[in-house]
Design a protein around this ligand. Structure first.
Ligand code: DAH
Length: 364
């Protein structure tokens, strides 16, 4: 190989590589080209190997020429890479931009379930009268749910068709899902010292299913124990409650004698109502609607938790929260409460912004 042809090889290679560098459309192509030119088997490397076939005196100049070419090519590659990177970045920015002026996608706002709403309303009214909130377990034992409430073993409420019994036992008797919130009365009196003034909202369970009955529903229990408490206190307290709850001062109320094993005397409280074609309006009218059970706490219940009925007396009451919600807000079918249909919640639910949160504030 002659010096002249070596030099023309270098010139030719340079022209060719520069043209190809400028023709690269992206950084990946450019990288492939870099390897093809400068890599271990690259064109420049191959040409450098040819130096060995030159006469010795020509070799230094040829080596210097190759090195200079290598530097020029590297520089050209670097510039081209920068150009391509900038272009690719610009393209990506154009492709992936986010329009921050776009209105946000709407997130559905949850609604407060009527049961939660009414529970809070009831608590708020009793809280004004000095009651605090108590709670008890959904899984109860026979003693708290029945015996301590003076419900004898042969009482119909214990029978299988009413109560959900669990397989697990305690003291030889099956555990059960509480059939009412009344056991919270017992737990409250066992755990503390009188006087007591509590309301206990919660889930209760019975084997029932139709327009007005579901196997799980909600009650609020009330208990007031003090010295020299009498039926007048009970009446005043509950009349105030229904007036506040239904937001009508003129609502007619009546107490009817009734029977509960854990109260003596016992009563049911009715509110006046008007019934028309498929509608029921609470308030003045020619009809009555039962809304709760109540009475003076039975002396045997007090004795059972170690309180002397000669010193302590009190009253208790219990009512269905779901039923109160149906009456106040005109919801016809109880079963729909627990179907989780968002259209139902949207219609009957309440705005979270209006939700009173007395419960958390007042519980112990
Ligand atoms: N526990 C009763 C029920 O579920 C309701 C009730 C009635 C509760 C009278 C009371 C009461 O505290 O005094 O049917």
């Amino acid at each position: 190989m002659s010096e002249r042809s070596f030099v023309s090889d270098i010139d030719q290679l340079e022209a060719e590589l520069i043209a190809r560098i400028d023709g690269c459309a992206n950084t990946r192509e450019l990288e492939e080209l870099r390897v093809a030119a400068l890599g271990r088997r690259g064109r420049l490397t191959e040409l450098a190997k040819a130096i060995g076939r030159l006469p010795p005196h020509q070799r230094p100049a040829a080596g210097a020429a190759i090195n200079a070419l290598k530097e020029r090519i590297e520089e050209r590659l670097r510039r081209r890479r920068q150009e391509l990177e900038e272009r690719e970045l610009a393209e990506r920015l154009a492709r992936e931009w986010i329009d921050v002026t776009l209105p946000p996608r709407e997130r559905p706002q949850g609604r407060i379930h009527p049961v939660s709403q009414v529970t809070e309303e009831v608590i708020a009214i009793f809280a004004e009268m000095g009651f605090t909130v108590a709670e008890g377990p959904d899984v109860e034992d026979d003693w708290h749910n029945f015996t301590a409430l003076n419900i004898p073993p042969d009482h119909p409420a214990r029978q299988m068709q009413d109560t959900f019994y669990l397989e697990a036992e305690q003291d030889g008797l099956p555990l059960l899902l509480r059939t009412h919130t009344s056991p919270v009365q017992i737990r409250t009196m066992q755990a503390g010292r009188p006087p007591f003034r509590i309301v206990a909202p919660g889930r209760v369970y019975r084997r029932d299913y139709d327009m007005t009955h579901t196997p799980m529903f909600h009650q609020v229990e009330g208990l007031l124990i003090d010295r020299r408490t009498h039926m007048g206190h009970l009446k005043g307290c509950l009349v105030d409650f229904v007036r506040a709850f239904f937001e009508r001062d003129d609502i007619p109320v009546r107490f009817r004698p009734s029977f509960f094993p854990f109260t003596e005397p016992s009563a049911e409280m009715d509110v006046g109502c008007r019934r028309g074609e498929g509608e029921l309006v609470v308030g003045a009218g020619n009809d009555w609607l039962e809304i709760l059970g109540c009475g003076m706490v039975h002396p045997r219940v007090l004795e059972g938790v170690g309180l002397s009925p000669d010193i302590w007396q009190g009253f208790a009451f219990g009512m269905g929260i779901d039923r109160l919600a149906m009456l106040k807000y005109g919801i016809p079918d109880l079963r729909t409460f627990f179907e989780g249909d968002l259209r139902w919640s949207g219609h009957y639910g309440f705005s979270p912004l209006d939700f009173p949160t007395s419960w958390s504030g007042l519980s112990r």
